[in-house]
Design a protein. Structure first.
Length: 231
């Protein structure tokens, strides 16, 4: 029994019509025009026409649909990937490189060493090709995190500004209350001083009257005694 190929390759086979470059028994690197990041897969070299029914691409698609291949290795790098597939009944290897869900290059060979070397070359290419996408993903994530931090810091800044504004208002209110309290205290001190002076005046008057009353009492007592003696 043959093992079913990976889901990406199955989806690629189902979605592909005329969007892959067919290359047989070669490990040459694609030109820069063939491998732009996020671009549509390159078309075949025969004037841009769709892969014919007897092409390696069509053959691989049919084998995948028939599930007659073993998926030996698959490597993903960003939107790019490479797979090493094996057809056991005739010992044939298929090496495919794909972008997103579209086959880009296909190599067919009966040489195990060539298949392994081609697969490694394809994997290296996917690493290079995916570098820009991976960097973009990381930069986008860093940007999003930075924007969150900016939002959090803006919120914190607004909170601190509001706290400072409220603190200043409270300080002004406290200062106003303290000034009012000082004025009231000064007024009370003046009133207390006036009250003490009034009290002292009243106390002096009372003592004077008491002294006068005492003198009158003493005088009355002497007169009474004289009157008794005169009898």
């Amino acid at each position: 029994m043959f093992r079913q190929v990976g889901i990406v390759l199955l989806l690629s086979a189902a979605s592909l019509g005329a969007s892959a470059q067919v290359v047989q028994n070669t490990t040459a690197r694609p030109s820069s025009a063939q491998a732009p990041a996020q671009a549509a897969p390159a078309r075949p070299a025969d004037g841009g026409q769709s892969a014919s029914s007897n092409s390696t691409m069509a053959e691989l698609q049919q084998l995948i649909q028939n599930r007659t291949l073993n998926e030996l290795r698959t490597t993903y790098n960003g939107n790019y990937g490479a797979s090493l597939l094996f057809k056991a009944d005739d010992l044939t290897y298929y090496v495919a490189m794909f972008q997103q869900k579209n086959f880009w290059r296909v190599v067919k060979t009966t040489s195990e060493s060539q298949a392994e070397q081609t697969y490694k070359a394809f994997v290296e290419q996917t690493v290079q090709l995916a570098d820009v996408d991976i960097r973009r993903i990381k930069l986008d994530a860093e940007r999003a995190v930075t924007e969150k931090q900016i939002g959090a810091n803006e919120t914190r800044l607004n909170a601190l500004q509001n706290d400072l504004s409220m603190q200043r208002q409270q300080e002004q209110q406290v200062a106003a209350r303290q000034e009012q309290a000082r004025q009231e205290a000064a007024a009370l001190a003046n009133e207390r001083q006036a009250a003490r002076e009034q009290l002292n005046t009243l106390q002096r008057q009372i003592r004077m009257l008491e002294e006068q009353q005492t003198k009158l009492d003493n005088a009355s007592s002497v007169t009474s005694q004289d009157v008794r003696r005169g009898r």
